[in-house]
Write a protein that binds this ligand. Structure first.
Ligand code: URA
Length: 434
């Protein structure tokens, strides 16, 4: 068997066997299969798909590519959460400390930015000194002591996904159902949590733009998780506009802090409460999602959620003063507004393009070696249903480069669609699969 044979097989639309997938993943993890061949395979999968059997085999091979964390040293039911990726999706920054503040043991494995979407690890690195490279012992100790640890993939945790994730990010091969399902679920299986809540995004800013594709992705992941004995719930949530107002690493951290203090945007708060209420039930902290929600709301109100956030930042080497004074977080040199040359109700926002404007400013990676600018991004002033007058600002652009700033202003303004009548409000939560 050669890698070239397998690429040709997939290019011609044939199914790969479990043995072939296992061989390929092992070879890639160990460096025997180079990036250029794996890129060709990823693209062949994008064009010809994988069926459910191949997706399951790919997930298991990736989960087996390194160690599986043994979390039996942590008391209680360990819960993890993962999003399929969106624009302005800083939910984990709010949800993880929020759930931990009511006693849910949050053992979370996170990723970096991918394609036009941001990643929790990049965002958290806005804090000076913050590290997600935890040893298994540190990870377990933190969950035991303060109910929360957020780790990136160490060299030995689903290393196949770590390599593939970085490769897909820069080869245009992110938005494929089997690749997303296997990427997320391999990490989740290797991370050892007992229960998993998935936030599957749907809409223009998601990798799955259509509801039926998002539902299929959610079902696939729930089914793989259940096969592995995990307690699974998937929530399908709206990504037809950015979540909250901020898009960009440090800007999103600031918005998450406001939300933990009870002053954040309504959609971000609501999504965090919905996902958190399922986590509370899974961990046995609440009998019903309603009861869990009430506990989470109380925790925001009485300040415990924000206190837990500070404790979490400190426990992983970050400077908690930056949580108390977010103006200490990275700030871009220029902040200017993108202005509307049209008038009317905002009827749509090209959300993926908003994410791409953030990449243009330096908020994401163009190549595997790119270094992210944590300070840049966009803060929207207007979202769907808002009325905009000609000449009114639509968003603030935060940039460190004048030329990019000008380009970003133009591109951002063209992300907005207007209509003469107020569009109907779309529900934030589209479906729940248990
Ligand atoms: N999150 C992941 O971890 N992987 C993907 O492919 C998409 C979102």
């Amino acid at each position: 068997m050669t890698m070239c044979d397998l690429i040709i097989k997939k290019k011609r639309g044939h199914m790969l066997t479990g043995q072939e997938i296992d061989w390929m993943i092992q070879g890639y993890t160990e460096g025997r299969i180079p990036d250029y061949q794996m890129s060709a395979m990823m693209m062949a999968v994008c064009f010809n798909d994988m069926n459910a059997e191949e997706t399951k085999e790919l997930t298991l091979a990736m989960a087996r590519s390194g160690d599986v964390l043994d979390l039996s040293g942590i008391e209680g039911i360990k819960v993890d959460k993962h999003s399929t990726g969106g624009v302005g999706d800083k939910t984990s920054l709010v949800l993880a400390p929020l759930a931990a503040s009511i006693g849910v043991p949050v053992a979370k494995m996170s990723g970096r930015g991918l394609g036009h979407t941001g990643g929790t690890i990049d965002k958290l690195e806005s804090f000076t000194g913050f590290s997600t490279s935890l040893t298994p012992e540190e990870f377990i100790r933190n969950v035991n002591e303060i109910h929360i640890a957020v780790a990136g993939q160490t060299a030995n945790l689903a290393p196949a996904d770590k390599k593939l994730y970085a490769l897909r990010d820069v080869t245009g091969t992110v938005d494929q159902m089997s690749l997303i399902a296997s990427s997320i679920m391999s990490k989740k299986l290797a991370s050892g949590a007992d229960a998993i809540v998935l936030d599957v995004k749907t809409g223009d800013g998601a990798f799955m733009k259509k509801m039926e594709d998002s539902m299929a992705l959610a079902r696939e992941m729930v089914s793989i998780g259940k096969l592995a004995g995990k307690d699974m719930t998937a929530v399908i949530s709206d990504m037809d506009q950015p979540l909250g107002y901020a898009v960009g690493n440090a800007l999103e951290v600031k918005e998450a802090i406001l939300t933990l203090q009870g002053e954040g945007p309504e959609d971000l708060r609501e999504l965090s409460l919905v996902l958190g209420s399922y986590m509370a039930v899974k961990a046995g902290r609440a009998q019903t999602p309603q009861e869990g929600r009430k506990m989470l709301e109380d925790s925001i109100e009485n300040g415990k959620a924000f206190q837990k956030f500070q404790e979490f930042i400190q426990s992983q080497g970050g400077d908690p003063r930056e949580a108390l004074c977010p103006e200490l977080l990275p700030e871009a040199a220029y902040q200017e507004e993108a202005v509307s040359d049209k008038e009317g109700y905002v009827s749509g926002i090209h959300t993926e393009e908003v994410g791409r404007v953030c990449l243009l400013l330096g908020g994401g990676r163009e190549t595997k070696e790119s270094v992210i600018d944590l300070s840049v991004g966009i803060v929207l002033y207007k979202k769907k249903g808002d009325y905009v007058r000609k000449g009114e600002p639509l968003a603030a652009i935060h940039a460190n480069d004048r030329k990019l700033l000008e380009k970003a202003k133009e591109r951002l303004a063209s992300c907005y669609e207007f209509s003469g009548t107020r569009p109907e409000k779309q529900p934030l939560i589209r479906a729940v699969i248990e």
